[in-house]
Design a protein around this ligand. Structure first.
Ligand code: AVJ
Length: 317
């Protein structure tokens, strides 16, 4: 595996300190994904209310060969935030069925997830050559330049939705800047829909999403020797219509002071005070087209499920 040094990445401690001393308080959503958080997210993807993963998988299954045809032969497939590559096998198989050479570079911050991805792909699509890359996006996308051939970059799961538009455009633009004419991007985005569908997807009956949200406090307790009492917080999911995004917050249930010993920091929280932990933007075809255009891509085709809940877009450099 290829490992990258991430000198410019602010540390977990620095990001937590920055967020908890801001007004309003925030904790960046990327901090969710320690081993426990990643396992909880996997559980979320299987919840009845969380339609995103299975809807995107349905789109990929139904349209994989059309996608492979639109992309054309002999592409090197690079997946950003590949995780365990559960959804990607369908697509890789469609490429393999068209007798194209399939070279697959899953990129992720988690070495363990990549090991699983490699295992899964070699079992399900034996024709594929898998080359895992350990990298964090805050280190840039320079690794794309080193990869051989015409490239198809996959960015699935509406992961882009965690970024506010300027940051999303900056991310896509820095991907674009490492690509050349003829390369393409396959982007998965959740779509705006009735809040009666969105709210339960981010506040499920079993409380898995609440646990996922609170796990960030557990992680801070563990990694920064802090004393958050998880029972003194409530998971809050909100639809922000003006910004077209779902938000997650942690609401303090009482006035309290938390001690983060490793940072020598005491954080005061008022009763009902919210700490913002995640944005999850919900797009329209027009807003995706706009975002891609601003990033130097041109939207070629969008595939949607029947209910128009999710979309997978092919864009050209
Ligand atoms: C992994 C960012 C796509 O925003 O839906 C799931 C994360 N947060 N439930 C999303 C998440 C709450 C997820 N993404």
């Amino acid at each position: 595996m290829i490992a990258r040094e991430l000198i410019s990445t602010p540390s977990f401690a620095a990001e937590v300190e920055q967020g908890l001393t801001s007004d309003p308080k925030t904790l960046p959503s990327k901090l969710f994904y320690d081993a426990a958080g990643s396992a909880l997210f996997e559980k979320i993807t299987e919840l009845p209310e969380y339609y995103l993963t299975r809807t995107e998988l349905g789109i990929l299954q139904r349209h994989a060969s059309a996608m492979a045809q639109a992309v054309g032969p002999d592409s090197t497939i690079v997946e950003l935030g590949a995780g365990t590559a559960a959804k990607t096998c369908t697509l890789l198989r469609a490429f393999a069925n068209r007798q194209m050479r399939v070279l697959y570079f899953p990129v992720d911050i988690s070495w363990a997830a990549l090991a699983e991805a490699r295992e899964r792909v070699s079992q399900k699509v034996p024709q594929a050559h898998v080359r895992p890359v350990v990298a964090d996006f805050s280190g840039g996308f320079g690794f794309l330049r080193d990869l051989p051939g015409r490239k198809l970059v996959l960015y699935l799961g509406s992961s882009i939705g965690n970024f506010e538009t300027p940051a999303a455009v900056a991310l896509l633009r820095s991907v674009r800047n490492e690509l050349s004419a003829g390369d393409s991007l396959l982007l998965g985005t959740d779509l705006a829909k009735d809040p009666s569908i969105l709210l339960p997807a981010y506040d499920d009956a079993q409380g898995v999403t609440a646990e996922f949200n609170k796990n960030i406090l557990r992680r801070i307790n563990h990694d920064l020797d802090a004393d958050f009492d998880l029972d003194c917080f409530r998971h809050v999911a909100r639809w922000n219509a003006a910004q077209s995004r779902m938000e997650m917050h942690l609401e303090s249930l009482e006035p309290q002071t938390v001690h983060l010993r490793s940072l020598n920091l005491r954080v005061k929280l008022a009763s009902r005070e919210l700490t913002h932990t995640e944005n999850s933007y919900k797009y329209t075809l027009a807003s995706v087209r706009e975002m891609l255009k601003a990033s130097g891509f041109s939207l070629q085709k969008s595939w949607l499920d029947r209910r128009k809940w999710f979309a997978v877009h092919l864009a050209q450099v």
